[in-house]
Design a binder for this molecule. Structure first.
Ligand SMILES: *[C@@H]1O[C@H](CO)[C@@H](O)[C@H](O)[C@H]1NC(C)=O
Ligand SMILES: *[C@@H]1O[C@H](CO)[C@@H](O)[C@H](O)[C@H]1NC(C)=O
Ligand SMILES: *[C@@H]1O[C@H](CO)[C@@H](O)[C@H](O)[C@H]1NC(C)=O
Ligand SMILES: *[C@@H]1O[C@H](CO)[C@@H](O)[C@H](O)[C@H]1NC(C)=O
Ligand SMILES: *[C@@H]1O[C@H](CO)[C@@H](O)[C@H](O)[C@H]1NC(C)=O
Ligand SMILES: *[C@@H]1O[C@H](CO)[C@@H](O)[C@H](O)[C@H]1NC(C)=O
Ligand SMILES: *[C@@H]1O[C@H](CO)[C@@H](O)[C@H](O)[C@H]1NC(C)=O
Ligand SMILES: *[C@@H]1O[C@H](CO)[C@@H](O)[C@H](O)[C@H]1NC(C)=O
Ligand SMILES: *[C@@H]1O[C@H](CO)[C@@H](O)[C@H](O)[C@H]1NC(C)=O
Ligand SMILES: *[C@@H]1O[C@H](CO)[C@@H](O)[C@H](O)[C@H]1NC(C)=O
Length: 670
């Protein structure tokens, strides 16, 4: 057996003496090195605001409508049978999440029996639309994380950090976790069909710490997708990081991946050795992807690779976070996110790579992205504009044949979180805060749906106007949906546009197949600068601290009757995104008649917790309700009694502080 597979007793004893502290996200002070994407510290908040970035109240001024204005009447011609430049078939789980390992117990749950119910609801929403969800747990904090024996961390915690240690090749391990973190992930998968990515610590290559592979394969099984081989290795030798010598180059990295593959092949505790690793996850600020491909990494180790990965933020707020460099003028930067050029510009450095991935039959994965590194920008990252930007960026990646994009969750000190649990010391009385990027995830899940066969094409519509991008989704050769963006903010209605959609046979010679009516759902806010209260098909997750992970309010879906010439005129207000369903099947497949959710009714730590019979959820097949959500219009909790009344015949057991599965909102408190 490889040395290190089992923790020697002496090591455990030493560990017990180390100054580990149960991890407190609110006091997050880890700075492991140059890339603070994932481990922001003091944020650069609004002038007068001193609280956590996640609740920063900065509201920017929305840009004026362009002058001249956007053309507001135009045709969109689709072709039955297919169109040129359709993407590779995409899965509805395309838009997933990346969760920094150090905040995983704050986001996912305290341990395998105390999972955060809002997190389950958030994943369940995606699962209902797409069938499954992709989540990565990792980031810089994975790089020297150490798996330790259960029960060795303070207060019976499953994740702890040593505040005194630093990110060095020889330093002690800043992050320690037990296998219960993996059991917690497995339990989450059982409820929400979440599939996972993790990372192999790269701090030491001789030998690599392969316990995470050994254990995760066993514990998480088929829902364990792949393991990152190094996180942003192009920054390993960039000060203040010192875990590789200056001059560390792509060929050195590829050599280390070779060692990893060799050690994996020699590890008897690893059973599944094919399609395991993601490389190279570079930030693309120091090395180009092509420089890594040119080392022959895919030719040499292709059978060991799950996929090719990159990480990318279009901008950074590092000056504000670190107090050095030139601060970004956030108001002046806002417009740069509010057009299609933002996405088409960013994709350019990956077009070769995504073609290369296709040639090698590997998925191309955007492993970590969001509006800006170093926490994001107040007023941009948490605005409706970020919903439009992230959704357009995701569709552009899908069109250019990426197969997954994971949007990062950084914790209390980030502006860009798709979702933020309350600070641990407030978790008994606060609810979660749902950011704009989460709404984008829901829209993408519905647009791509559960078929795994959705092909995306950028329509270049409205003569390629950068404020009005649009995409069509094809399944099995037929157009099933359109996604129409309006990036403009204009409350006068002068910038609302009408797209006249028709489906002809021209391009492929197939007969026309026009629908007589279409259904439309809107992602809406008053302005691109709005924070909170966004609506998707009329429902919302409210403002800061207002969500238990369920959409609230009545569903609002518009039906548009097409005219005598079978042209369907769909209005797209400024600002909004319209998802147009061309067929009833495409609508029904992603519109849950009732939402399966995991209600949180807990008001105190110990009373009225809910036990949900997992088998009841397992057999629900995605369209079976735990609650009649159409009637749930307030942000308040439903009482357990109300729930029970609304669900006759459902095996929902109310338990008093006892269940194997407990409503976690009240129970994440340290
Ligand atoms: C363990 O929990 C107690 C009570 O919550 C707290 O006072 C103590 O600081 C915790 N210990 C560590 C090492 O975090
Ligand atoms: C297809 O993509 C290529 C390369 O991006 C582009 O040159 C061409 O115009 C596209 N064709 C259509 C019909 O959009
Ligand atoms: C989870 O934490 C709770 C509260 O600290 C504890 O009672 C329970 O035993 C833990 N469960 C596991 C599986 O460690
Ligand atoms: C992409 O590939 C083409 C042709 O191989 C090459 O000319 C171009 O420089 C590459 N782009 C980048 C960004 O490396
Ligand atoms: C994506 O891949 C498909 C092949 O599946 C190809 O036809 C298409 O041109 C590619 N898209 C882009 C934008 O390169
Ligand atoms: C939570 O902890 C923070 C930081 O220690 C403190 O400022 C805040 O007052 C605490 N809130 C409550 C409700 O205890
Ligand atoms: C789509 O892909 C996921 C993940 O591989 C799989 O679990 C699911 O069954 C597939 N769905 C269909 C309809 O093929
Ligand atoms: C419309 O926007 C303008 C400026 O953008 C603002 O002054 C006005 O109050 C808004 N009107 C309404 C009805 O919201
Ligand atoms: C959000 O909506 C609620 C309920 O409609 C309303 O009370 C609140 O003022 C809104 N907040 C913002 C910032 O628009
Ligand atoms: C969660 O995982 C533990 C293993 O630690 C298992 O005993 C427990 O039954 C699981 N809970 C649920 C609700 O699935």
């Amino acid at each position: 057996m490889r040395p290190g597979s089992l923790l020697p007793l002496a090591f455990c004893v030493g560990l017990a003496r180390a100054q580990y502290t149960v991890y407190q996200p609110l006091n997050q002070q880890i700075i492991f090195g140059g890339n603070p994407d994932s481990t922001p510290t003091a944020a650069g908040p609004a002038a007068t605001y001193t609280g956590a970035a996640a609740y920063d109240p900065t509201v920017l001024v929305a840009p004026s409508p362009p002058n001249p204005g956007i053309p507001t009447q135009f045709g969109v011609q689709l072709y039955s049978g297919g169109m040129t430049n359709l993407s590779r078939p995409q899965s509805g789980a395309f838009f997933g999440f990346s969760i920094e390992m150090s905040v995983s117990t704050h986001v996912l749950g305290k341990n395998s029996s105390l999972i955060n119910v809002p997190f389950l609801n958030l994943m369940a929403n995606v699962k209902e639309r797409a069938g499954w969800v992709q989540v990565r747990v990792g980031g810089n904090t994975q790089e020297n994380a150490e798996l330790v024996a259960a029960g060795t961390l303070p207060n019976n915690s499953i994740l702890a950090k040593d505040y005194s240690s630093t990110f060095t090749a020889t330093g002690s391990h800043p992050l320690a976790y037990t296998s219960d973190l993996l059991y917690m992930m497995a339990n989450i998968s059982d409820f929400t069909n979440t599939h996972w990515f993790l990372g192999v610590p790269f701090f030491n290559t001789t030998p690599f710490a392969l316990e995470i592979v050994e254990q995760a394969q066993t514990i998480i099984g088929d829902r364990m997708l792949g393991f990152q081989a190094g996180n942003e290795p192009d920054l390993y030798a960039v000060p203040p990081r010192t875990n590789r010598p200056v001059g560390y180059a792509p060929a050195d990295y590829t050599g280390e991946v070779g060692l990893l593959v060799q050690q994996t092949n020699n590890d008897a505790l690893i059973t599944q050795r094919q399609n395991l690793f993601l490389v190279p996850s570079i930030s693309a600020t120091v090395w180009t992807p092509e420089q890594v491909w040119d080392t022959g990494i895919v030719e040499s180790y292709g059978s060991s690779l799950y996929g090719l990965s990159v990480e990318r933020y279009p901008n950074n707020n590092c000056a504000a976070v670190y107090g050095s460099g030139t601060p970004v003028d956030v108001q002046a930067t806002f417009p740069s996110y509010l057009n299609h050029g933002a996405a088409t510009g960013l994709i350019q450095s990956y077009i070769n790579s995504s073609n290369f991935a296709m040639e090698n039959n590997k998925p191309m994965i955007m492993f970590e992205t969001n509006t800006a590194s170093c926490s994001g920008f107040p007023g941009i990252s948490d605005s409706f504009g970020a919903a439009l930007w992230s959704l357009d960026w995701a569709f552009t990646m899908a069109f250019y044949n990426f197969s997954t994009a994971l949007f990062h969750v950084g914790g209390q000190n980030a502006y860009y979180n798709p979702f933020t649990p309350p600070p641990t010391n407030q978790s008994t009385f606060r609810e979660w805060t749902i950011g704009p990027v989460y709404y984008a995830a829901l829209v993408m899940a519905e647009a791509l749906g559960p078929s795994n066969a959705s092909q995306v094409v950028d329509l270049g519509m409205n003569d390629g106007n950068t404020f009005t991008p649009g995409y069509a989704i094809y399944e099995g050769g037929s157009p099933t949906k359109l996604v129409l963006f309006n990036f403009v903010t204009d409350n006068s209605t002068a910038s609302d546009y009408t797209a006249s959609i028709s489906i002809g046979g021209g391009q492929t010679g197939q007969p026309a197949a026009n629908p007589s009516q279409v259904k439309v759902k809107y992602l809406r806010a008053e302005s691109v600068s709005q924070k909170g209260n966004f609506t998707w098909a009329g429902q919302t997750m409210g403002n800061n601290f207002e969500s238990d992970g369920r959409l609230k309010g009545d569903v609002d879906v518009q039906t548009v009757t097409c005219d005598g010439n079978n042209v369907c005129a769909v209005k797209v207000p400024a600002p909004s995104v319209a998802l147009v369903f061309l067929t009833d099947d495409s609508y029904n497949a992603v519109t849950p008649s009732n939402t399966i959710t995991f209600p949180t009714t807990v008001q105190t730590r110990t009373v009225n917790t809910i036990y949900i019979d997992p088998s009841a959820i397992e057999t629900s097949n995605g369209h079976w309700g735990m609650e009649d959500h159409v009637g749930a219009t307030s942000f308040g909790h439903k009482s357990a009694a109300t729930l029970r009344r609304s669900m006759p015949g459902v095996a929902l057991l109310i338990a008093l502080a006892a269940g194997a599965f407990v409503a976690g909102r009240a129970l994440v408190a340290a």
